[in-house]
Structures are given as C-alpha cells and as structure tokens.
Design a protein around this ligand. Sequence first.
Ligand SMILES: *[C@@H]1O[C@H](CO)[C@@H](O)[C@H](O)[C@H]1NC(C)=O
Ligand SMILES: *[C@@H]1O[C@H](CO)[C@@H](O)[C@H](O)[C@H]1NC(C)=O
Ligand SMILES: *[C@@H]1O[C@H](CO)[C@@H](O)[C@H](O)[C@H]1NC(C)=O
Length: 378
Amino acid sequence: MKEIWSRNKEVMVMHWLISRTCHVFIILACLSTASVLAQSPPKVEVDVKEKVVKVGDPFEFVCRVARPIEYCGIKFGTTSIKIKENTKRDDLEYSGRGFQNGECGIKIYSVKENMHGNFTCTVGYPDLSLESVGLTQLTVAIPPTSIKLTTNKEEYKEGEQMVMTCSTSGARPAPTVTLFLDNNILNTSRKTSESVIFNRTASYKDNNKRLVCKATHQALSEDDVRSNEKILIVYFKPQPGEFIKTSLKEGEEGTISVDVFANPKPRFDWRINGVSPDNAAFKTVTDQEMNSDGSYRAKLLINKVTQDDLTKEFVLTATNIHGSETYRVEITFASLESEDGIGAGGIVGIIMAILITLGGVGLALFARSTGRWCFARE
Ligand SMILES: *[C@@H]1O[C@H](CO)[C@@H](O)[C@H](O)[C@H]1NC(C)=O
Ligand SMILES: *[C@@H]1O[C@H](CO)[C@@H](O)[C@H](O)[C@H]1NC(C)=O
Ligand SMILES: *[C@@H]1O[C@H](CO)[C@@H](O)[C@H](O)[C@H]1NC(C)=O
C-alpha cells in the first residue's frame, strides 16, 4: 500500500517538472516575440487627420502615444520646432496633457498661407531608442481668383445646341460652382470640381434670360459671392399664339391687342376681312418697347365699336427674318357676357328683398308702438 503511494508521488513530481519546463519555454517564446515587436515604434494617434482653415484662423493638433514621451519635434514646410511642455511663443504654444501622458501637439494662433501642407510630429522615449511619427494635413483655404462664364456662341437660333460653362481658378479647396438661368439652377459642382457645364437646346423661352455663374467658398463670407453673368440671345420666328378673343363695348372706342413672341422684333400687318384697315375707322399702333416677358404688342384701335365688327375677321400677321405667323382675333361685346355669378337682375333682386324685409320690420314696430292690429289691447 505504502509502495503504491510513493510511486504515485513520483509520477506527480514528474508531471510537475514537465509542466514547469513547458512554462519556461512559453515564457521564453513570449519574451522573444516581445523583443521583435519592440523593433517597430509605438503607434501615434493624431486627433485631427486633416483640416481646412482660413488664413488667420487658429490651428491645433495633438499626437498621442501610449507611453511617456521624452522629446517632441514638429515640422511643417521648412519649419522645424522643438516642442517642450512649457513652449509658449508669440505665435504658438504646446498643446496636450503632458509628455508623461504621451501627448505632444501645438496650437498655432493665426495660420499663415505658407503653412499649407503636412504637419508631422516626431516623438522620442526615455526607455526606447526609437522614434514615432504622426501626420496631419492642413489645407489653408484660398478663394477663387477668377470666375469665367462662357457660352459656345454669342447668339443662338432656336434649336441650336447651347453649351454653357462656368469655371473658376485659383481656389483651394475647390469652390462650389453653380450655374443659374434666371433663378433656376442648371448645374452645381461637386466638391472636387472647379467648373460646371450645361448643355441645352436653345428655346425661344431662353431669350433675354440671365445666365449667372456663382462661386461660393469657405474662404469667402456668405454674402461675398463671386459671380459673372450674361444675357442669352436667342433668335426665333414669331411664335404661334392661341385663338384670341377680345371683349369690347358697343359704341365706345376699343383696342384689340396681341402679344407676339419673336426675336428680332417682328413687323405687324393687320387685315380686316382681308384688307388693310381703313384709316378713318381704325388706327394701328405698335409698341416700340418690348414687354417685360420678351413679347411685342401689336394694337388695333377701333374709333367706335359697332355691331358690324362682331362679324368681321381680324387677322394679324407678324413677320421677322426667321418666319411669320398669323393670329386671328374674335370680338365679343362685354355687355352680353355675364362674367360674374350675379348679373344685373340678381343685384336688383337682392335690393328688393332687403327693402321688403326692412319694410316688414318697420310696419311691425309701428304697429307695436301705436298698439294697432295684432298688438291692439283689449
Ligand atoms: C502629405 O501626406 C500625404 C499622406 O501621407 C501624402 O500623400 C502627401 O503627398 C503629402 N504632401 C506633401 C506636400 O508632402
Ligand atoms: C454638370 O457639370 C458637371 C461638371 O462639368 C458635368 O460632369 C455634368 O455632366 C453636368 N451635369 C449636367 C446635368 O449637365
Ligand atoms: C455638351 O456638349 C459638348 C459639345 O457638344 C460635349 O462635348 C459634352 O460632352 C456635352 N456635355 C454634356 C454634359 O452633355
């Protein structure tokens, strides 16, 4: 019995020895791995990876490592600065929570244009003969220096292809470029583009519209928008109009007017039943000025409107070098139309009803005050 016990003890000791050796091997393996890992410097975390600022703005960034720092250098452009925890100059100071906490950064009070580019921090350690490097990219914004609006032609004929381009230069980063036709946005640039293009088939509606190119940029204040504009010119024949009805008053002077869209300005020719208007009864007037919507107005004045005019055929022909178009006008009498819901008869009816009601109330009051009829006392 005793013998078995002691054998067991021997086996246990053997086991213990073997496992001990294994531990030693594992520890040795771990140590050698650690020494290999220690060959690469500790990783630097930078709080700001990239930033866009304007000239005069402050800029601050901090590099962080997971162990105490002994020294720290910051480089940008051709400038190289040795930073200490107590560094404080007219233009910059140390930023961070101390070398002991593994932090080194700078705060620049007022960025200058030549600071555009990469900022690097290089840190060294009291217990390691390695240096770690961190990097941040600073973009010092510059507004666009020029903004150019171009069209493939100076003037268009209806149906021609218009290619409108708005481009800027000199900005950093790219500005937002937007092309407008009057107040409608045609195209607006993505962040990476300095220009926009827009293609369109010239329509008569585009004539006289304002093509505007605007650039907004972070280095410009909100109301300091750089822009450029031009008025579009589109030539086209007189445009077909709808059938025109004119309401006139019998016995009075009347005016028939037709607005015609055309460019250049058309010639107007009136015909009444196929012949030129006779000067005694009619007068033709053409407004010299263009209407605000771009159309031109042709007018025919009738000295005295008669029943006869209802049956006449009034035809206007407008012609310019791109073509011609005819417009027929029909005359109606204003008095024969019932434009409103309540005609003259309706109004008379309402007045009568009011009078009758007032009369009834008046009679009742009279009867009551004088004690007549149904108000009579027994
Ligand atoms: C700044 O750093 C970035 C990222 O490492 C690099 O691609 C770029 O070329 C650097 N710019 C300059 C001006 O050195
Ligand atoms: C807007 O402009 C961009 C840049 O020039 C162009 O690639 C894009 O096709 C344009 N979009 C339209 C709708 O024309
Ligand atoms: C606009 O027209 C130009 C010239 O015809 C052409 O090169 C370009 O690809 C067109 N762009 C768009 C966005 O349609």
